[in-house]
Design a protein around this ligand. Sequence first.
Ligand SMILES: Nc1nc2c(ncn2[C@@H]2O[C@H](COP(=O)(O)OP(=O)(O)OP(=O)(O)O)[C@@H](O)[C@H]2O)c(=O)[nH]1
Ligand SMILES: [Mg+2]
Length: 446
Amino acid sequence: MRIAGPHVVATLAGCFLAEDGQPLTEYRLPECVRGKLKLAELGAREVPCELYLWPTARSYCRSPMAEIHTLGSPPLLATVLRTVCAGGVRAAEPGEFTLRAFLGGRIDLAQAEAVLGVIDAPGQQEFQVALEQLSGGLSHPLSRLREELLELLAHLEAGLDFVEEDIDFISASELEHGLAAALIQVESLAAQMTSRTEASSVPRVVLRGLPNAGKSSLLNAMVERYGTDTSSARQAALVSPQPGTTRDYLTVRLSLEGMECELIDTAGLDEGSRLAGPDRDAQGMTRQQIARADVEIHCLDASQPDVPSMLPENQTDPSVLIALTKCDLPRRIESANLSEACLAIQTSATNGVGLLSLADAIRAALGNTGKHEAAIVAATAQRCRDSLMSAAASLREAQRLVSAGGVEELLAAEIRAALNALGNVTGAIYTDDILDRVFSRFCIGK
Ligand SMILES: Nc1nc2c(ncn2[C@@H]2O[C@H](COP(=O)(O)OP(=O)(O)OP(=O)(O)O)[C@@H](O)[C@H]2O)c(=O)[nH]1
Ligand SMILES: [Mg+2]
């Protein structure tokens, strides 16, 4: 349990006894204090406890703060909560500790989002990106950029103040140079942000193929080996010898050596036959899933003779993979029909052959989609894309004004607009709305 605020020490002094007998109010440095909780509700019984104490403002929240580490029992926690609340503490809002860290100037808004990025990182890649952003990977270059622009603006405005005296505080070429340098930085950041359009950055791998091709079996086999959901309630895809078994699509989460992806089973695509009702709807859903896929795996039943429509048209597309299924059965498919550029991975859901090769191929294909290149936490990218675009637009307009010898007041206004837009990213400028959007995503206690 975590408590923050000016009266933390006084509140805890009433219910915590340090092992060394020293009163809590005498601690001056951050420390882990061993001791016991003495709670009126529990009578004479004391509960062992470690108190992580930050007695001064040198804490995450920039105010005294404490963490109570004790037995993980819900009724005990409820008792502790009642006790401290009776002493004047109130329950935190979601993300309030991080909000306080932001308001206290310990971190900026991009770093606050990175906190959540670290907590929610679905895989190694996202975790590294979030850590980098948390340590200022985005904030530092942005604040340097704002400082440079502020300096340009200051020179420009000084010139405006002394317009009678005819002193030039900054030359046109210096302005041009400064604006161009700023624009390059903003555009490169904006490009990184637009490469992350979806809130969920987990790439999507879709299994497609004719009915009965073995898609659902392959999905189950991959989940067995690479699935991240270890709960016993995990759903398995329905498998049967009857074509058209899968109608609804099923999504599972895989971790392929640290690279996370979603694997999606779809209804078999049945081009020829006339379909009605749910079968037709299932075909529509399959096509939707294919349209949203980052990588497609075409499943071809190797135990059946070739069917003309079964081969993908875009066999050289690196995001299209071919999996020959049921390779444990006698082979009847004519591999000659597969173009040479296209590597068909031989698999068997029954004996597990080829699953590793398939995993490697998916990893390689995902590496090519560029989905993993972004160096910015997805939530930040989503929130800040427009701000960066508008900063870039203002800088471009400022450049145009300089080269056209335009009015300096207008030029100053454009630079100020760019500064405001950049300020939104780090939270140097913020509204309650922005804070709500950022911190409402957090859970209580963070
Ligand atoms: N021997 C063998 N049989 C397989 C293998 N994979 C799937 N099958 C069988 O092929 C049949 C169809 O498998 P499914 O996984 O349901 O195929 P599907 O592509 O999902 O089929 P629909 O959902 O109907 O489109 C079932 O009887 C499976 O047991 C395999 O690797 N080896
Ligand atoms: Mg199926």
